[in-house]
Design a protein around this ligand. Structure first.
Ligand code: SF4
Length: 257
């Protein structure tokens, strides 16, 4: 979407693009961003609330001395009775994507406190195959627009557009350990970015240890939907199983694009 805007194929020219950094994206995404910035006639604002994985491992203590961890990421969980569950709230998206972007937009566009009129149009780069992620803005001063949906472009169309222009294939942006990865993304990470995959494996082990020590979490968290340790999952049969990508209904287009 940014490159289409730069080429004048989506108008008007944006004033800026925003990248909300969880500091846990794979190396390929940071390299891609460096390249992308050089192609654009408008600035890319980078905002961050710190490193999400560090935050997720923090242990706090309640007033009565109980050890607790904040559950920041939508892990899959295995209960003591071996039942698979899922943490449904996505504090990570809210705290590390939506809020930092909202603050950056307010500041960049000089939005006044209590402003009731629209002065910002925010473009979100989801394609038509992710249409269920379209959500209206919660802010009175902002309206959302989805140029790739307006152009009826699928993810595949976007890749074809990139190819036609001679641009490299972009990586998918998301945290390396995101539990919303489908098996093809895990497989890609494992085979093409093994160092990043290993970071996800180590993160899962660290989270499991931390949650076991805490007194507010009785299940064991996992990154993969099977609740098998990531380094033991067989990612080879997703197509045969016709597995769905659960990411599509999440994140309002703030993660994974
Ligand atoms: S990519 Fe996944 S883990 Fe990262 S902020 Fe989004 S939902 Fe959370």
């Amino acid at each position: 979407m940014a490159l289409m805007a730069a080429a004048g194929e989506i108008t008007p020219m944006p004033k800026c693009a925003i990248f909300a950094d969880t500091q846990d994206e794979p190396e390929s995404v940071y390299k891609w961003l460096d390249w992308l910035e050089k192609q654009l006639p408008f600035p890319v604002l980078k905002v961050t609330r710190g490193k999400l994985s560090t935050q997720a491992l923090k242990m706090g203590t309640t007033r009565d001395g109980r050890k607790i961890t904040k559950t920041d990421i939508p892990f899959f969980t295995l209960s003591e009775k071996n039942q698979i569950g899922k943490i449904t709230h996505r504090i990570c998206t809210k705290d590390f994507k939506i809020e930092p972007i909202r603050k950056a937009v307010r500041k960049f566009a000089n939005v006044e406190r209590g402003q009731k009129f629209v002065s910002v149009i925010q473009w979100i780069g989801i394609s038509i195959d992710e249409i269920i992620r379209m959500k209206d803005s919660r802010e009175k001063w902002q309206t959302n627009r989805w140029p790739l949906v307006d152009a009826r472009m699928t993810r595949q169309d976007c890749l074809k557009w990139m190819d036609k222009k001679g641009f490299p294939k972009p990586p998918r942006s998301s945290c390396i350990y995101c539990p919303f990865h489908n098996d093809s993304e895990w497989r890609r990470l494992k085979t093409q970015e093994p160092i990043e995959f290993e970071k996800a494996v180590q993160f899962e082990k660290a989270v499991q240890l931390q949650k076991a020590r805490s007194e507010n979490f009785t299940s064991t968290p996992f990154l993969h939907r099977s609740c098998v340790s990531l380094d033991k999952v067989d990612f080879s049969t997703e197509e045969e199983r016709g597995q769905l990508n659960m990411f599509n209904n999440e994140c309002e287009g703030m993660c994974g694009v």
